[in-house]
Design a protein around this ligand. Structure first.
Ligand code: TXA
Ligand code: MG
Length: 334
């Protein structure tokens, strides 16, 4: 069982894995050592929690696939401590990708680049490209630094959920999702609630101009402004598991922009009053707040065994695009 420690530095015991709350420098150094010896470490990022493993260790990475229940040909994002580390993993990096890295890293953006020999098939799913990201979270960066100090090259980390399910934005959501599948040596680091709440923007940087493969907090406008290039439309040729229609789905059925009956769940901006009898799951004040609260609200619907959740989609071309993208997939069901 997990012990949620409220005292800094105390490491709780858990039959499946350990739960580290309020991580100290010692705890992080230990987690980095655990990663080196092949353990999985779930860690917070600003987007969602990741399930980390040494990206050069085939056996550790294979365990990610087991714990997630994810098909083995789906590529993983490699997380780096520093932008300088990109050249370990990627070659032929276009100038616009460097501009993007300078502008948005550390941050909620993943760049798809031609791989070096360090990026093996077990990371890239056999593709000639690799996904790279420097996350913007103090604890994630500290863990990556500790890992680098002992010779680590980067951490492979998909979202820390079972395949097809809603990504976790808190440590306790990770424990609910994956606790049963963890070993004793695996670790969950608690870094509070993810501040963005939706997965990173994925940008394909293998052509003459960037293409968005998954929308996120870094928007088309932001990319065009930094690169001075016209961003191409999403292309389904490159495999992105997040592009499967039935992804990011809770057990509850999601109905977009409908009217809830009594007992149905309801998620909408705060300016929308709760229809009579509906169970209000979130009342975000703006689109960013909507992104931050969405996944925990969907989890709450499942916890309350609500069968149908009506979501009023936010408007706009900011992170609302990514919210509508995830909602569309969630509404396709499992
Ligand atoms: O915000 C995020 O990106 C989070 C945090 C933990 O960093 N990670 C995340 O990972 O969402 P994951 O594995 O759940 O989703 C990554 C997506 C997958 O759909 C995968 O197919 C795609 O990135 N991807 C990874 N490498 C790729 C590549 N070389 N080419 C195309 N797509 C790639
Ligand atoms: Mg995922």
């Amino acid at each position: 069982m997990v012990i949620f420690s409220q005292k800094p530095g105390i490491i709780g015991d858990m039959s499946q894995g350990q739960f580290i709350s309020f991580c100290t420098a010692d705890a992080l150094a230990r987690a980095a050592q655990d990663l080196k010896s092949g353990a999985l470490v779930a860690f917070p990022t600003e987007t969602v929690y990741g399930l980390g493993a040494d990206a050069t260790n085939a056996e550790a990475v294979a365990r990610i696939y087991n714990v997630k229940g994810r098909p083995a040909d789906h590529p993983l994002i490699v997380h780096l401590a520093d932008m300088q580390d990109v050249t370990d993993w990627a070659s032929d990096i276009p100038d616009y990708a460097i501009d993007l890295a300078r502008a948005f890293w550390p941050g909620p953006m993943t760049l798809i680049l031609p791989r070096t020999d360090l990026a093996k098939d077990f990371i890239t799913g056999g593709q000639a490209t690799v996904g790279l990201r420097v996350p913007d979270h103090t604890l994630a960066l500290a863990l990556l630094q500790e890992f680098k100090k002992i010779g680590g090259k980067g951490l492979a980390a998909p979202s820390a959920n079972r395949f097809g399910q809603v990504s976790p934005t808190t440590a306790s959501a990770v424990q609910e999702e994956l606790g049963d599948f963890f070993d004793e040596k695996d670790v969950i680091l608690d870094g509070g609630q993810s501040s963005v709440g939706l997965e990173s923007t994925i940008i394909d940087c293998t052509a003459s101009a960037p293409r968005i493969l998954r929308p996120g907090a870094i928007t088309i406008e932001m990319i065009e402004e930094v690169t001075g290039l016209k961003v191409e439309d999403r292309d389904e040729v490159i495999r992105v598991s997040g592009s499967l229609e039935n992804h990011y789905a809770p057990s509850a059925q999601i109905l977009l922009d409908g009217h809830p009956r009594p007992g149905d769940g309801y998620i909408a901006l705060k300016s929308y009053p709760t229809p009579e009898g509906a169970i209000r799951l979130a009342a975000p004040v703006d689109n960013e707040d909507f992104a931050r609260q969405l996944y925990s609200a969907l989890r709450e619907a499942d916890a309350q065994e609500i069968e149908l959740v009506v979501v009023v989609q936010p408007e706009g071309t900011d992170i609302a695009i990514a919210i509508r993208d995830r909602l569309k997939r969630a509404s396709q069901g499992r």
